[in-house]
Design a protein around this ligand. Structure first.
Ligand SMILES: [Zn+2]
Length: 256
């Protein structure tokens, strides 16, 4: 019996070390925005970072990918851009991928923002991320969907997230067990900004604006949401906006 205990005693640390190396890694979908960069810093602090992936789906604000790369460099982790621009081109009719449709100004929850939907965008990205995570033997895929996304984007809502997890359990049955990690799912963007401040996220190295100009426009839905979040959280916003005051009237009018 004593021999048995001694063997077990030597074995446990080895098993734990192995588990840390193989099973505890998280692959993060990072767009370079405030939310996903904060998520990357959070997971890096938790010591579970596997790497960052971003998607080129032909978005007009493709410059966001440079900010995702900056995040990966700052966290000293791997970074891959997955090119699905051919798929994005086929998903026409969105202001984010179709140059003949203007990105609307206003509050992020207004019905007019539905023109920024790229159909199935999040579902497509997650499916690809799960394939990569399985190949890399990661135990989690992390995405920064949050409460502010729920108004407009159906594939960012809790029902979708739960259903996607169930679907993937079957898709990878016998191959991998991968958890969908969405710690911001029910948080507001202001709460994420506050968490980012606690994690010392360099907010000036994040990009939100859908218009993809030289500086943030301050008028599109995601710019309005970003400015409002910093304001509610009481955190200094280092971002330069072309129109820094429009958000006040956009948030006063609220949802159309
Ligand atoms: Zn903008």
């Amino acid at each position: 019996m004593l021999i048995y205990i001694a063997i077990m005693g030597r074995g446990l640390p080895h098993l734990k070390e192995n588990k840390d190396k193989i099973d505890m890694k998280t692959l993060i979908i990072c767009s370079g925005g405030l939310d996903s960069v904060t998520l990357a810093y959070k997971i890096a602090k938790e010591g579970r970072l596997s790497g960052l992936i971003s998607f080129d789906y032909g978005q007009r604000h493709k410059k966001e990918l440079l900010f995702a790369k900056k995040c990966a460099q700052a966290l000293n982790t791997s970074f891959d851009v997955i090119d699905i621009s051919g798929v994005g081109a086929a998903l026409s009719g969105s202001a984010l991928t179709d140059n003949i449709i203007d990105v609307p100004d206003g509050h992020y929850a207004k019905d007019s923002m539905k023109v920024t939907i790229v159909p199935n965008r999040n579902a497509i990205m997650l499916t690809i991320a799960y394939g990569i995570a399985s190949a890399r033997r990661c135990s989690k895929v992390a995405t920064a969907v949050h409460g502010g996304d729920h108004f407009i984007y159906p594939d960012c809502r809790p029902k979708f997230i739960n259903s996607f997890q169930n679907m993937q359990n079957y898709a990878l049955e016998g191959l991998s067990q991968i958890e969908l990690y969405t710690p911001f799912l029910k948080k507001t963007k202001a709460e994420i900004a506050a968490e980012g401040a606690r994690l010392s996220v360099p907010f000036s190295d994040t990009w939100s604006c859908y218009k993809g100009g030289d500086i943030h426009c301050g008028r599109c839905g995601t710019c309005v949401e970003r400015i409002e979040a910093f304001n509610i959280a009481g955190i200094n916003d280092p971002t330069k906006y072309a129109d820094p005051d429009f958000w006040k009237q956009a948030t006063e009018k609220g949802v159309a």
